[in-house]
Design a protein. Structure first.
Lengths: 123, 520, 457
């Protein structure tokens, strides 16, 4: 199950023709305690790089961008009651939404695990 | 007689943790620091503090079968209980009356009590907004005269009095600009704001349907004039600039910028939040402003009241005057009248009505009283003293605290510092909380966004040198502790009515109303 | 100057510390051409406290205070008795001279008060959550329309013809700039509101239906059917309450199915004040809509020692964080007016509010009956709380507006003419709104009836 990263600190897992998106451990650490996540509606059409979700800490609201183009198939309902999952398990239980993969070639521009580590080390 | 506290809640006993004064008490009180339950925990549905002259006769009922059945869920207290409840609550608040309140960008100056007395005169306080004009000539006159003062103080030809607060005034100015552009068939799409702007500026422009773009700043903390000029073009409707700006500096090139904006067919909106620095000293109209709101609760001393009500009249240039909102006061001979929708000529050009009635009369009387008290000479002294106090603070701290724009010239009425070199991960917030323990209301923190860990200190003119000197000593002391990495600051305040509050919990599981009687 | 503590010696010492030779050195960044050579011309110099008071009193005395005349004006602003202790509390410096509670450890007074206020408003409105207040009822009404657009993602608002025309104007003004479509309708002076007509205007594009309760003519009617019709089309029902005292007598909008309830809180604690400052109330029936609300919200939490305390919360909705993506550009609330409201409401309590409401209704019924006996007066509103519409059928050609002016000259403040509220509607020329609160005596009512009788004879 390949995982890719964006320079806006989203991660995306590819499984067949479906992708799962969340924010990275680095991102949640920067944001601090997450108090609310606004997820896209199921069926929403996302454009690569466009607004997809909003993640809020007490004093900040940050947009989460779609890493690729596609349609939302599922939101992580668990985040409604427990936004803290984004802090405790950002890259597993704290996933944001699932989507279709509109254009697999868009994945090519994303970073792999190693490249992302190097990217955040340089920040 | 009241029913006893139904929920059984009482203030928690406070264990002595070594950091707070004294030992735990049975009541949770600490002498003059008194805990107070919620109204709903001490009141009762059958208690009232108002004696109405009730008639015993059978009551008529023409409510159309819509009677309210069941309990509303309200509780009452008798008058002595009410007065005590709120008096106790009041003592958990910091106010200007209590001490120095250097909250940058908010102009926490003394609120003269004559203002309060005047606002309560029955001819102002007890007049209906739609009273026939013949019975409200004095009230209309006050609105008109205050507008006249504002026009003269700003050197502008027109004023809209109805906006209810600063952000509402911004909206008024931007809507007037949009109406003027629409009238000439010019569909511009962009409003430029500096990154250091108050959040209301971009929020207002976005509301009015504009795309907001940042104006770059120079390293010295002012608008980058060349970059701004390069960005101007037929798509730019307006620039919104605060002057003096939120870094505490006067925008030297404001007139140059205004001329360039006008030449490109755009309008100049000035955020007047910082007018206190220049009132009576500089007229924004001489700098090419098209619209500027004036926060009467800042410059003209109407009380902040724990968060409003404010009042935000907007002065307008000739080019925008015709688009001002309805209603407004017109003087013909010795008569004052309210111009409303029925005036076809006014309604034709006005962008419309922003609020049900004609503005914050209770603030108008206070502001006019303040202006009359000071006069043109006193207002000039106001800005001079406000600016002197701020510079005195800046120069008394710049050797110790990072002052990013200390070399950019004199500051105006605010001094800006950053959290550079704080030790052990201490932050601006920690320093602010330590200042609370020293008996001060902290300065504005984390604004403007362009300075890391910003601390914006606005002393105002109504503080004595002794007060400011003591503040400087206290500020130096906490700043030194922050630089030294004094970990104890992470848990300050120690002596306030509450220790640090858990804002994460508040936002994750919002409890926004008392439901103590509904859970069981 | 009595408000400026610095002495000339202080100023000299401070300039020296700053390294400036004169105060003008601190204004060097002001362009030469914009520097003034002295105090601004055309304005007076400073005055003593006594002189200022004299000056302002002269203006105050030119107005006819409501207390000094038989008084029947309403139409969105109502005169009620405010207990003396309300003003005493709001003049406490700790409330009066505090700022927005951004440092909660030293603002628990304001915060707890706001939490209590929010609870009172929510309960009065039959809602789950109320915010910490808005500028006034009319701006709260617009904010509700904007919120309904965010919730439903639709942009056509249907306004009842019986919504206060100034509220309609505010909504239309704002909608010009946001691209919302506002479907309003002309008022008709008849005993019952046109419920069927309103329902017929709701379609699939409708984001919200806005009704006033009691409406501009004082009419009280069941909102349930409109609520149902709105919900069927996926729209929200917004109820606007300009007279909160009414809710001590009639069912709350929340109970009747309104999704957002907004209104003016001025009636309780605030006073007439020639139109402001007033108090915008804003509440939602269902908690799920909280994050789409505009304005400040106070919430409960605890401090580091586990003590209960309050903070401003969910601020990420607001302009200082979300900037151009905020739910509203509002940056304040009407804090001191909220305090006045909450203190007055605490003094009233449920019992006092219900008694106050019944006393208003009783006197309004007496007035309606008394005026119905005046030849040339027809009482139109059948079900009402404390305000009703009459037609001055005997005022051939003069118009209610002129009659109000004439009666004012005789010292009777008779009401608000519909001609004043609805310019350009000559068919409303003979209609007059009459509000009767606990401050009106039976003698006042008799004086009004007498004056009208004389005028219409």
């Amino acid at each position: 199950m390949p995982r890719y990263f964006t320079d806006e600190h989203e991660w995306i897992d590819i499984e067949g023709d479906s992708a799962t998106v969340g924010i990275t451990d680095y991102a949640q650490e920067q944001l601090g305690d997450i108090v609310f996540v606004e997820l896209p509606d199921v069926g929403a059409a996302l454009d690569k790089g466009g607004d997809a979700a909003v993640v809020e800490s007490v004093k900040a609201a940050s947009d989460v961008y779609a890493p690729i183009t596609g349609e939302v198939t599922e939101g992580n309902g668990a985040l409604e009651d427990e936004p803290a999952l984004v802090n405790t398990s950002p890259e597993e239980d704290g996933w944001f939404f699932r989507m279709t993969i509109g254009d697999t070639s868009e994945l090519e521009g994303l970073m792999d695990d190693k490249a992302y580590k190097a990217f955040i080390d340089g920040l | 007689m009241n029913a006893p506290n139904k929920s059984g809640w009482k203030p928690a006993m406070t264990p002595d943790n070594g950091a707070s004064a004294g030992t735990g008490t049975l009541t949770g009180n600490r002498a003059l620091m008194l805990e107070e339950p919620l109204l709903f925990e001490i009141g009762h549905a059958e208690t009232t503090g108002v004696d109405l002259e009730l008639v015993e006769a059978e009551l008529p009922n023409r409510l159309g079968g819509m009677e309210r059945k069941g309990s509303i869920g309200l509780v009452g207290l008798t008058e002595p209980e009410t007065v005590r409840h709120y008096t106790r609550l009041s003592r958990q608040n910091y106010g200007i009356d209590l001490g120095f309140f250097p909250l940058g960008s908010c102009t926490m100056k003394h609120n003269p009590r004559l203002n309060e007395k005047v606002a309560r005169m029955p001819g102002f306080a007890d007049v209906h907004p739609m009273a026939p004009a013949s019975t409200a000539q004095g009230a209309l006159q006050v609105v008109y005269e205050l507008g006249d003062w504002l026009k003269k103080l700003t050197g502008m030809p027109a004023v809209a009095m109805s906006p209810k607060a600063g952000a509402h005034g911004e909206l008024c100015g931007i809507l007037a600009i949009r109406a003027a552009l629409t009238a000439r068939g010019d569909a511009r799409e962009v409003v430029l704001c500096p990154e250091s702007a108050h959040g209301t500026n971009p929020a207002t422009a976005a509301f009015a349907g504009y795309r907001v773009e940042d104006i770059p700043a120079t390293p010295e903390g002012r608008v980058d004039v060349d970059a701004l000029k390069a960005r101007l073009g037929p798509d730019v409707a307006a620039v919104m600039i605060t002057n003096p700006n939120t870094c505490g500096l006067f925008e030297r090139d404001f007139k140059v910028i205004a001329d360039a904006v006008h030449e490109a067919g755009g309008f100049v909106y000035c955020d007047g939040a910082n007018f206190n620095a220049i009132v009576g000293k500089v007229r924004p109209g001489d700098l090419g402003v098209d619209a500027m709101h004036i926060n009467l609760h800042k410059t003209f001393s109407t009380p902040h009241g724990g968060g409003g009500p404010g009042s935000g009249p907007v002065v307008l240039s000739e080019a925008l005057a015709a688009y001002a909102p309805l209603p407004f006061v017109r003087k013909t001979g010795d008569l004052y009248e309210l111009v409303e929708e029925e005036d076809a000529a006014a309604a034709e050009t006005s962008f419309g009505r922003m609020t049900a009635f004609h503005g914050q009369m209770g603030m108008f009387t206070r502001a006019l009283t303040y202006m009359l008290s000071h006069g043109a000479d006193g207002l000039k002294q106001v800005s001079e003293d406000a600016v002197l106090n701020a510079n005195y603070i800046l120069r008394s701290l710049e050797d110790l605290l990072h002052a990013p724009y200390a070399d950019s010239g004199p500051c105006m009425h605010e001094a800006l510092f950053g959290d550079k070199d704080f030790g052990n991960g201490l932050t601006t917030l920690d320093l602010a909380k330590a200042l609370i323990d020293e008996g001060y209301h902290p300065m504005t923190v984390y604004f403007p966004l362009v300075v890391h860990g910003a601390m914006l200190v606005e002393p105002t003119e109504t503080e004595s040198k002794a007060t400011i000197d003591q503040f400087i000593s206290a500020f130096r002391s906490v700043a030194q502790r922050a630089l030294d990495g004094d970990e104890s600051m992470k848990h300050a305040p120690y002596y306030a009515p509450r220790r640090r509050l858990d804002e994460t919990q508040a936002a994750r599981k919002p409890v926004l109303a008392w439901e103590g009687d509904r859970e069981t | 100057m009595r408000y400026l503590p610095l002495t000339d010696t202080d100023r000299g010492d401070m300039l020296e510390r700053v390294g400036a030779s004169s105060i003008d050195d601190l204004f060097v960044d002001v362009p030469e051409a914009a520097r003034l050579d002295g105090p601004i011309r055309g304005l007076p110099m400073h005055m003593s406290e006594m002189a200022v008071e004299r000056h302002m009193r002269a203006r105050s005395k030119k107005n006819l205070a409501a207390a000094d005349a038989p008084f029947f004006l309403g139409a969105g602003a109502y005169r009620h008795h405010v207990p003396a202790s309300v003003d005493t509390i709001i003049q406490r410096g700790e409330f009066l001279t505090a700022y927005t509670p951004y440092q909660p450890e030293i603002a628990q007074g304001t915060l707890q008060m706001l939490f209590e206020f929010q609870t009172q408003v929510a309960r009065l409105y039959g809602c789950a959550v109320a915010n910490a207040s808005m500028y006034d009822g009319s701006t709260a009404c617009w904010e509700a329309v904007a919120m309904a657009g965010r919730v439903t993602r639709k942009s056509r608002a249907v306004l009842s013809g019986a919504l206060h025309p100034h509220y309609t104007e505010v909504v239309k003004t704002m909608a010009q700039f946001t691209g919302d479509t506002i479907a309003d309708s002309a008022p008709t002076v008849q005993p019952e509101p046109d419920e069927a007509g309103l329902i017929a205007r709701i379609d699939d594009q409708t984001s919200c239906v806005v009704v006033q309760y009691p409406d501009i003519l004082g009419r009280v009617s069941d909102l349930s059917k409109v609520a149902e019709a709105a919900h069927e089309k996926g729209a929200l029902l917004i109820a606007v309450v300009t007279e909160p005292v009414a809710l001590g007598a009639i069912a709350s909008p929340g109970e009747l199915g309104a999704d957002i309830v907004v209104g003016e809180g001025q009636s309780i604690g605030v006073g007439l004040q020639f139109g402001g400052p007033y108090l915008g109330l804003f509440a939602v029936r269902d908690k799920k809509h909280v994050r789409q609300m505009p304005g400040r919200l106070c919430g409960e939490t605890q401090d580091a020692e586990g003590k209960r305390g309050y903070v401003l919360t969910l601020s990420t909705r607001e302009q200082h964080i979300r900037r151009e993506k905020a739910t509203s550009n509002i940056c304040t609330n009407s804090g001191l007016c909220a305090l006045a409201f909450t203190v007055h409401m605490t003094l009233l309590g449920e019992k006092g509010l219900r008694q106050l409401a019944m006393e208003n209704h009783r006197l309004a019924c007496i007035a309606a009956d008394r005026l119905a006996k005046v030849p040339g007066v027809e009482v139109i509103t059948r079900s009402f709380f404390n305000e009703f519409a009459v037609k001055l059928t005997g005022a051939k050609g003069i118009g209610a507006r002129q009659i109000v002016r004439d009666l004012a000259d005789e010292g009777v403040l008779a009401g608000v003419s519909l001609a004043r509220l609805y310019p350009g509607h000559p068919e409303l020329d003979d209609a007059l709104l009459i509000a009767v609160t606990e401050t009106s005596t039976e003698d006042d009512i008799a004086a009004l009836a007498h004056a009208l009788q004389e005028k219409l004879a």
